[in-house]
Design a protein around this ligand. Structure first.
Ligand code: NAP
Length: 283
């Protein structure tokens, strides 16, 4: 009888231990976020797609350093994310200026000690019209911000990612890289250059365990795309041109960015992923 009772007690103890460890395993899986302990720089993250990506990275556990050209935009974005309980701070940075890029990296290192994620998101398009009417100044500005500044930003950040044993970089490009718009000539060429920048960087940074991927967005509802969508007729025209039935929302851009930075994407690098609502037209 005593032996039977002891065996019964042992079985109960084992069951309790198994249940307990199962629950604690479940708990740790649920409480650990995919980007826990990661520090992210999203270039141009005070509104639109950049803010949405920054918010999603922070929701998934990352600490984000928000930035853009205007201090008031930085302050508003920081207020928004911190009010949501997310880990975010901000600093002013015009990515086209060398001293601002350096200051941004220094600030991240001073505040958080490391950089694991870089999202090259900011872009400009100061001119809409026939390609041959694009001046040298406009051409240089478009390439300066959309291509050169991001390349230089990557160069600044890479040594710090190396110190961490690797990292993840995302280049935000456009569906227009595959299907140019005739009135956005220089912008489209700069976005096509970014496809190649992603691939060449991915090859160069592979030995350092730094993954580089591109996100080619379709028409997303932001102030940037307003010029193409601000009347019913324009909206219809652009949706027909790109073969889509609706315009995307910035919130639909964050999940894929977070996935690409997460361990689940550890074997994905050098890809340009189209996020354009099923638009079927490619080069
Ligand atoms: P957006 O709404 O205009 O937001 C751009 C963000 O970048 C803002 O926070 C802006 O803040 C900041 N920014 C602009 N120039 C900057 C600079 N030189 N240095 C630092 N920050 C700068 O643009 P978006 O529509 O989200 O576009 C984001 C990215 O997606 C771009 O690369 C764009 O080419 C790409 N994309 C957008 C669409 C679309 O339909 N929206 C489609 C395809 C691709 P400040 O004004 O305070 O600087």
């Amino acid at each position: 009888m005593l032996v039977k009772t002891r065996m019964f007690c042992k079985k109960i103890m084992l069951l309790l231990w198994r249940t307990n460890s199962h629950i604690s395993r479940m708990y740790s899986i649920e409480s650990k976020k995919v980007l826990d302990q990661q520090v992210a720089l999203v270039i141009g993250s005070t509104h639109g797609i950049g803010l949405s990506i920054a918010r999603r990275l922070a929701q998934d556990g990352a600490t984000v350093l928000l930035n853009s050209r205007k201090q008031e935009n930085v302050d508003r974005a920081v207020r928004e994310l911190t009010a949501e309980g997310l880990n975010a701070s901000g600093t002013k940075c015009h990515v086209g200026k060398a001293e601002d890029r350096e200051k941004l990296v220094e600030t991240a290192l001073k505040r958080y000690g490391k950089i694991n994620i870089l999202v090259c998101n900011a872009a400009v398009n100061p001119f809409m019209g026939p390609l041959l009417e694009t001046t040298e100044e406009i051409w240089n500005k478009v390439f300066g911000v959309n291509v050169t500044s991001h390349f230089l930003m990557v160069k600044l950040v890479v040594p710090h990612m190396q110190k961490e044993g690797g990292g993840s970089i995302i280049i935000c490009t456009s569906f227009a890289a595959f299907r140019p718009h005739p009135y956005l000539g220089a912008y489209c060429v700069s976005k096509t250059a970014q496809l190649s920048l992603t691939q060449v960087l991915a090859m160069a940074l592979q030995p350092m365990n730094i993954r580089v991927n591109g996100l080619a967005f379709g028409i997303i509802n932001t102030s940037f795309s307003d010029v193409l969508t601000n009347t019913h007729e324009k909206k219809k025209e652009i949706m027909n041109y790109y073969g889509i039935t609706r315009i995307g929302e910035p919130e639909e851009c964050g999940g894929i960015a977070s996935f690409l930075c997460s361990p689940d994407a550890s074997y994905i690098s050098g890809e340009n992923i189209v996020v354009s609502g099923g638009s079927h037209v490619r080069l």
